[in-house]
Design a protein around this ligand. Structure first.
Ligand code: BGC
Length: 725
């Protein structure tokens, strides 16, 4: 292919013009083939093999990934030289010089890996999320990455589904606020700054409801539940300015999301006014054929462009068929124009036309003391103490400790799923970190359990057993039918517990597990997810009480696999209305239905007393607010960071509403003996919901506000919504 000389004047390069004008100017010059090229994304672009296609304007974007389910597969990393070489073909050889956009799954850190998203959610701290995003972006741009596919805001109530590890938990407000924090961190105020990436809220929508927790499976959900639950964190991400949204693999009530015109074009782009770009998931357009709603790739392309999918990830359907579909009149040119406009808007807003090449080439993006400090704070904040009979914190100057279990000397395994660029050698390992603190008082067993381990446990004053799941068991395409600990681990636990010595269980996991027996046998249990590069340091600091545990469970832990789903989404039914009656009189004849560990649970090394909440007014107008006050007192001997949680229940509404829903929380530091009045500014709009006709409404009538340390220990005050109050 011969090079076409560049146009003498490219007015869209004038950065002083408004973005929309630049888009108009550029689109006025584009051929249909060039427009279609802007809707095509490939994987792992090759600057040599793809040179001519790039120069011909046939490729818009490339992601770098190890494969279609890349979360747990390593690749060779992003080669910045390749990125810049490919970019040179686009910028210098293509007719219009439109830069390529490079994406990668930079999910919870790039080189400095922080806790998995479910662990980030356990922090209940949007500022931590923001810092994680900021550090990850700073490191990723060095490799030429301009766009990341996070945050994942799929509401997660299904622990069998491996992808809950990537999620921000089960509740819309927590998920939405943390997503907003991540978006701020990645994109900053101005995503065109060199250290920023475009973020992507995914997977739109309903993916968390995959039938049976089987990844990619069908989803049966009505639009009311979608609007009142699953769409809300997406809306929060859109409101926070997220630049892209990814379509989900699943269908919703029979319509695959890549063909869901109502939800993508109608709700996301129309109703919410999202002017960013919608990307397909990996071959999601092509998979419309597998789903049996398109006869071939051509039909799939037509369905997806109509639905509002702007960029075809790794499917090739648009590149192969859109041009002809427009020429034949089957697809309106306006639909392609809309997609191209959104792709270009993203590229202009990211500053790619001004700065197409990798920022800071040659700079190091290895973890630094500063980035590690963020990872450490995040990992500490993710530690959730779910049981403690007083064995923790360990006394740093007395007693011998045995550290055993599968993860004592693990590195990479503690990074978690989707850590494409993290390195095992950067991980502070639990054994080494505790050895540094305890010296000779610590014995570190090898990962294998044997009679030797048992003898070591017998000799030690306290055993710390590291249990849980390897990350290869969580993430994409990693669903399980049984959420008990992996094979063999309970045997080890039983054997060590049989010695009758103090026993601490530390659980590494990417999902809520059935911890019933662990809770029965261990004196203290810490759930730490997959914590990232500071795994060992964080663990040592929490076990020894340098830091008070302050994480909270972002998902309910059910009593058993058979109890799934168990979550705070439970709504009243006709027969059984109250949660307490419901649990005891039962939906099952062979078990109670209480959650084993409720949403929001997390202990500290002290006790906190909650007074009953009071409201500044007993009535609230639909556009007004009340102040809710609750006094919390640290009655113990150690400081703490308490997560004071505010839930509500709408007892009479047009549709069934959750028995409790988290609506706000406050992180409150308390010294021993200290009491603090915590106030919440409660806005009427927090109680808005989609009614039967799916429009948003705020009803008159009672609202029960509930405060407490978790979703199961709540005290209430009732206020009344009333017009003209
Ligand atoms: C996953 C996405 C991911 C994409 C690109 C897909 O298989 O579902 O979450 O961002 O691959 O790697």
């Amino acid at each position: 292919m011969t090079d076409v000389p560049a146009l003498p004047v490219r007015p869209w390069l004038d950065a002083t013009r408004p973005v929309e004008e630049r888009i108009d100017l550029l689109m006025a010059e584009m051929t249909l083939a060039e427009k279609v090229g802007q809707t095509h994304q490939v994987a792992n672009i090759d600057p040599d093999a793809d040179a001519d296609a790039i120069a011909a304007g046939r490729i818009s974007s490339s992601l770098y990934a190890s494969g279609p389910t890349g979360g747990n597969e390593r690749d060779e990393g992003v080669l910045v030289g390749n990125i810049d070489a490919a970019q040179r073909h686009a910028v210098e050889r293509s007719r219009l010089g439109i830069p390529l956009l490079f994406g990668r799954d930079v999910i919870h850190g790039h080189r400095t890996v922080c806790p998995i998203p479910l662990g980030i959610a356990a922090s209940f701290d949007p500022y931590i999320a923001e810092q994680i995003g900021e550090v990850a972006a700073r490191e990723a741009v060095v490799d030429g990455v301009a766009w990341t596919f996070t945050p994942m805001v799929d509401i997660s109530e299904e622990p069998r589904w491996g992808r809950v590890a990537e999620s921000l938990g089960e509740t819309p407000v927590l998920s939405g606020r943390l997503a907003a924090g991540l978006v701020r961190g990645f994109q900053g105020d101005d995503p065109s700054e060199p250290d920023r990436l475009a973020a992507c809220a995914k997977h739109f929508a309903g993916y968390g409801l995959a039938a049976g927790g089987r990844d990619y499976d069908t989803v049966s959900v009505g639009e009311n539940t979608l609007r009142n639950l699953h769409l809300r964190p997406f809306k929060a991400a859109v409101d926070a300015g997220v630049m892209t949204v990814m379509a989900a693999f699943n269908d919703v009530d029979g319509t695959p999301m890549h063909a869901h015109e109502h939800l993508i074009r109608g709700v996301l782009k129309g109703e919410w006014g999202f002017d960013g770009m919608v990307v397909a998931d990996w071959n999601g357009v092509g998979q419309l054929v597998n789903a049996g709603v398109a006869a071939d790739l051509r039909e799939a392309a037509a369905l997806a462009i109509r639905a509002g999918v702007d960029l075809d990830m790794c499917g090739g359907a648009y590149l192969a068929h859109l041009e002809e579909l427009v020429r034949s009149g089957e697809v309106e040119l306006g639909l392609v124009d809309d997609a191209v406009r959104r792709v270009l808007r993203l590229k202009f807003r990211l500053g790619l036309f001004e700065r197409p090449y990798a920022a800071r080439p040659g700079a190091s993006n290895a973890p630094t003391p500063e980035s590690r400090a963020v990872a450490l704070r995040a990992a500490q904040a993710a530690h959730v103490l779910v049981q403690n009979d007083g064995v923790l914190p360990l006394d740093p100057s007395a007693g011998s400790v045995l550290l055993s279990g599968a993860f004592v000397d693990e590195g990479e395994a503690l990074l978690g799923t989707w850590t494409l660029d993290g390195r095992g050698e950067d991980v502070a390992r639990p054994g080494a970190a505790l050895r540094e603190r305890l010296g000779d008082r610590l014995t570190v067993a090898d990962g294998r359990f044997s009679d030797v381990t048992l003898q070591q446990a017998r000799r030690a004053d306290t055993s710390v057993l590291l249990l849980g799941e390897h990350p290869s068991r969580s993430g994409e395409a990693q669903s399980v039918t049984d959420i008990r600990l992996p094979h063999g681990q309970l045997d080890v636990l039983r054997a060590v517990a049989g010695l009758g010595k103090p026993l601490v269980a530390v659980v590494y996991t990417g999902r809520p597990l059935d911890l019933s027996e662990v809770l029965d046998l261990a004196d203290a249990v810490l759930v730490v997810w997959h914590p990232g590069v500071e795994a060992g340091t964080a663990l040592a600091s929490v076990l020894l009480g340098d830091v008070e545990p302050h994480g909270r469970l972002p998902m309910t832990f059910p009593l058993s696999t058979g109890h799934i789903p168990t979550s705070t989404h439970q709504r009243p039914t006709g027969r059984l209305i109250r949660a307490d009656v419901d649990h005891e009189e039962g939906r099952y004849i062979d078990a109670l239905t209480y959650p084993r560990l409720p949403f929001g649970l997390g202990l500290s090394y002290t006790e906190v007393d909650y007074a009953a909440p009071t409201a500044s007014s007993s009535v609230l107008s639909p556009d007004g607010s009340v102040t809710l006050t609750v006094t919390v007192t640290n009655t113990g001997k150690r400081p703490c960071r308490e997560v004071v949680q505010l839930y509500f229940r709408d007892p009479v509404a047009e549709v069934t509403r959750p028995l409790v829903e988290l609506t706000d929380w406050a992180l409150v530091d308390l010294e021993p003996g200290q009491a603090r009045e915590v106030t919440f500014d409660v806005q009427a709009e927090q109680f808005a919901y989609a009614g039967r006709d799916l429009t948003t409404r705020i009803d008159e009538g009672d609202i029960i506000l509930l405060t407490g340390p978790d979703s199961a220990r709540l005290q209430s005050v009732t206020i009344t919504m009333k017009k003209d109050s």
